[in-house]
Structure formats: structure tokens, C-alpha cells
Design a protein. Sequence first.
Length: 133
Amino acid sequence: MDPKQYLEQYERKRTQIEINNMELESARAELSELHVTLIDSDIERRKRKLARMLREYINQCSARIQEAVQTQHEIIKTINRVKCDKCKRLLIQKYVNGFTWEQIAEQFDCSYQYIAGDLKQKAYNLIAEILSD
């Protein structure tokens, strides 16, 4: 995996966490609604089955969230190993904080061409070295 693909995982994992959190909230709400007691035994049996399925789904969502958070932590640890402070800041601003290259150039008071060209390539090369260790 090249450095850019590796770093772009962070945003994909953020999206995955958001989606799973919404699904988790929905499943938990459904599960809490099932706790209403009904008399009909067939309905009760179906409720228990649905509750079991929802608990399994909740566990799966939680596991996916944990895996995504772990991947994000690994990416941040990799970025923090970059020796060049300017490259490290660039990578954090772009991949962790989600800034555009234009916004980063403005923050660094540098040209877009320098940020999106030379400095970005230097940062990718440093990430590639770390990933190859």
C-alpha cells in the first residue's frame, strides 16, 4: 500500500465509525422498545429472537468501531514517527483534520505548489520509509 492510500484510510475509518455509531443507536433504540411486555407467546418468542439478533448486531457494530479506531490510532502513531516536523504537521492537517492542500498552504504561509508538490512528496517518502521498517 502506498503512503497516500495508507493515510487516506483515516478518513474512511472516520466515516465507518460515524455510520456504525448511527446504526448502533438505531439498534439500541429498537432493542429498548422490545422490552415492552406483551401477552401473546408467539409475539414474545419473536421478540426474544429479534432481541438476540439486535444484540449480535450491536456487538458487530461495536467491533467494527473498535477496529476502525485502532487503525486510526496506528496511522497517528505512524505520522508521529515522521522526523520532519513540517511534514508531520502537513500530514496531520490533511489526513487527521481533513484540511485541503489550499488551506494547509495558507496555514503554513507557503505556496500551494510547494505544499501539494515538494512537501507532500517528502512527507509521503518519509511515511513510506516508516511503513517499510
